[in-house]
Design a protein around this ligand. Structure first.
Ligand code: ADP
Length: 258
């Protein structure tokens, strides 16, 4: 990390997203204002339908916001030309709930894919992919195909792939939600390792203990807005807003019932 840790890597200004559906317009995000600093681990929590996924998808323009601005490293993404926007998006690795690996390619080829698209020298790409597979503990499986892997292994390959272009920022959209419970730990462990290395990470998660322990900042969302933002000790230990208290209370209750 060469730059000042306090610098905002992402700034969201009045971000809004509406979807036109057959039942009318759905407002998924309403006037979101946020600042995410370099090196920060930014946890996003909230009930299903709160707008969490739409928020991370708007940050890297997988979804185009309907209003407002995404400022990435001081530059307005919305105003960028296609080429510049593509480069900026390359600097944001994304990890999805459903892994999104290419079934016809083996593990090594999956991790090489973004580097291939970027016309990187194939020998260098392979070298880098192997290093990344080592980082996520899968160097032994580089010749396996996605169908031969467990969910936890697939997600670790997806993390290695997201790191391939040396991103400035990693966006995680519920990375452990599609996993069997026994696989969750291995993925969280890799994420913990990345967090300790100073990578900037934005993480939508239902893993409350993880959000509490690993995040440097947490937001609680409901109904397309940010209800509360703060340090994890405050959000989890002394939430101020009624909705946050209710959400965390319900979550604790469900946990106790398991
Ligand atoms: P979360 O990630 O918190 O579960 P989402 O961002 O997925 O929430 O969804 C927020 C709201 O936007 C929900 O009401 C959802 O139904 C709606 N929504 C999300 N994506 C679409 C879409 N592609 N088309 C229509 N509505 C959508």
């Amino acid at each position: 990390m060469d730059q000042n840790k306090e610098e905002a890597i992402i700034r969201l200004e009045g971000l809004g997203k509406q979807f036109a559906t057959s039942n009318g317009t759905v407002t998924a995000l309403d006037d979101i204002n946020l600042e995410i600093r370099r090196g920060e681990i930014f946890g996003i929590i909230g009930l299903s339908g709160a707008g969490k996924s739409t928020l991370v998808r708007c940050i890297n323009y997988l979804e185009e916001p309907t209003s407002g601005r995404v400022i990435f490293e001081g530059k307005n993404l919305s105003a960028m030309k296609e080429k510049e926007k593509r480069l900026a998006r390359q600097s944001m690795g994304m990890i999805f709930q459903q892994f999104n690996l290419l079934a016809q390619r083996n593990v090594l080829q999956n991790v090489c894919f973004p580097m291939e698209i970027a016309h990187m020298d194939s020998r260098k790409a392979k070298e880098r992919a192997k290093e990344l597979l080592k980082l996520v503990g899968l160097e032994e499986r580089m010749n396996a195909y996605p169908a031969q892997l467990s969910g936890g292994q697939k997600q670790r390959v997806a993390i290695a792939r997201a790191l391939a272009m040396e991103p400035e920022l990693l966006l995680f959209d519920e990375p452990t939600s599609a996993l069997d419970p026994q696989m969750v730990g291995e993925v969280l462990e890799v994420m913990r390792k990345l967090a300790s290395e100073g990578l900037t990470m934005i993480i939508v998660t239902h893993e409350m203990a993880f959000a509490r322990d690993v995040s440097s900042q947490v937001v609680f969302m409901a109904g397309g807005v940010i209800v509360e933002e703060g340090e994890p000790a405050q959000i989890f230990g002394a939430p101020k807003e009624h909705q946050t208290k209710e959400f965390l209370g319900r979550f604790m209750h469900e946990r106790a019932a398991l």
